[in-house]
Ligand binder design. Structure first.
Ligand SMILES: Cc1cc2nc3c(=O)[nH]c(=O)nc-3n(C[C@H](O)[C@H](O)[C@H](O)COP(=O)(O)O)c2cc1C
Length: 196
């Protein structure tokens, strides 16, 4: 048996986005939770998956739901992620969500949304794996929220040499690109922040 903490932190090296998965229970009440186990599976037919802890209060609802929706959170939705990661609360308080075309509650302001017909449920140890067929999706140009090592983060696109030159952070010396003094100072400052 592995050391559970070491195993968790090794899994946390895999950077993911953050989603909120929603459905309606049998009485029509909205249900949802924060999940980063979301992944794409198939293009044709279009399919996605995510996994849910067997200890989750939402499990019976997702087991019975005919449709559910995955909302890929935008960088400014960290508060929503925290809200939907708290068990046993009325997570939709003050939201009164409309439904998406597939019939699951809609979270506004996301980077993307996948409305799914529930297809399969698999056993995955202490999680249930849900596979859905995407019957509707939506996307807007928005920076995504990132999760890595138990912390939220933002995307930083790797800068090209041309980007650095344009900003005066690097210059061509002979055939090679070297950091300017300003570039060197910025790099050192970023490294100091990243180590904190
Ligand atoms: C970033 C993040 C990702 C998470 N991913 C999952 C996940 O993929 N599956 C899961 O079952 N719980 C996940 N959780 C934990 C649930 O959101 C949390 O246990 C929630 O309270 C479950 O709600 P429920 O008990 O009302 O169903 C995640 C939490 C965070 C903060």
């Amino acid at each position: 048996m592995f050391d559970p903490l070491a195993f968790r932190s090794a899994l946390g090296s895999f950077a993911t986005g953050v989603t909120i998965v929603t459905a309606r229970d049998a009485s029509g009440a909205p249900v949802g939770l924060t999940a980063n186990s979301f992944n794409s599976v198939s293009l044709d037919p279009p399919m996605v998956l995510w996994s849910l802890s067997l200890h989750s209060g939402s499990l019976p609802v997702f087991r019975d739901a005919e449709t559910w929706a995955v909302h890929v959170l935008a960088a400014d939705q960290q508060g929503m992620s925290d809200r939907f990661a708290r068990p046993g609360q009325n997570k939709f308080e003050g939201l009164s969500p409309a439904d998406g075309p597939e019939g699951a509650p809609l979270i506004e302001g996301c980077a993307a949304r996948f409305g799914c017909r529930a297809r399969f449920e698999y056993e995955g140890g202490d999680h249930a794996i849900f596979l859905g067929e995407v019957i509707d999706f939506d996307r807007r140009e928005a920076e995504p929220l990132i999760y890595h090592g138990g912390q939220y983060g933002r995307i930083m696109r790797a800068p090209t040499g041309a980007d650095l030159e344009r900003e005066g952070l690097a210059e061509e010396v002979g055939e090679k690109l070297s950091l300017t003094e300003r570039g060197q100072q910025l790099l050192e400052a970023l490294e100091r922040v990243a180590k904190r």
